[in-house]
Design a protein around this ligand. Sequence first.
Ligand SMILES: Nc1ncnc2c1ncn2[C@@H]1O[C@H](COP(=O)(O)OP(=O)(O)OP(=O)(O)O)[C@@H](O)[C@H]1O
Ligand SMILES: [Mg+2]
Length: 250
Amino acid sequence: MTTVIAVNGKGGTGKTTVAALFVDYISSKKLGSLLAVDADPNATLANMLGVKVEETMVGVVDEVSAKRDALPAGMSKDRFIEMKVQESIGEAENFDLLVMGRPEGPGCYCYVNTVLRGVLNDVTKSYRYIVIDNAAGMEHISRRTERNIDKFVLVSDYSIMGIRSSAQIFKLAKEMGIKFGKAYLVINKASGSIDALKKEIDFSSLSLAGTIGYDEEFVCLSLNNSPISFLSSAKAKVEVTEIMEKILEN
Ligand SMILES: Nc1ncnc2c1ncn2[C@@H]1O[C@H](COP(=O)(O)OP(=O)(O)OP(=O)(O)O)[C@@H](O)[C@H]1O
Ligand SMILES: [Mg+2]
């Protein structure tokens, strides 16, 4: 059985940080085989995980497009690209990594999104866990990159508006027919009690998985370009453990 966890939310709320914390939790606890997917064209997940990216999906698409004659007989270009992308999945010590990358020029992301969807469909069964760091906002949801998500995680900042925009993204995902097991809210960079947000959280109909307090250490890690595995804050670790236990409990 595979558990697909997709991390969403508006810009700058801490999606990549939360996705990296999830990857670090699953891999350090050795919960099972794990694929981390950076589905944000502005890719930062690998950096936060301290992994060097050798190849991106966009790179593979460009390479195959440039050498049309390399296509094996009887195989469609789309299928060939999917196969090549699967071959290009990078291997870190405790997890694998797939990076979408950013297409050059003004073209749209539709094609790489379609490839990503095909690859995710194919590789899903090979991993116990898949953690996807998504681009900010709703666009990728309207492109329906993922169709089956077990844990749809919305990261909000510590504000009423943040929770409202999480609720909007969740609503759009439901309208687009994305199938998900359960949707969760994670409040990040919390600088106080969540009491003042309780009413809004109830109204969002999202299940609160937990909060991560504002912690200068995240800022320092980012300034020093250090991976999330260097995090030493005991408080943040307890918060992440609580969130993961809740998300993975059923
Ligand atoms: N709990 C926290 N406390 C303090 N700073 C944090 C916390 N979580 C994340 N940050 C910082 O906030 C910044 C944005 O985080 P991150 O890149 O994870 O957000 P994002 O939602 O992925 O952004 P984008 O929308 O650009 O993809 C980073 O500098 C990160 O270190
Ligand atoms: Mg990000």
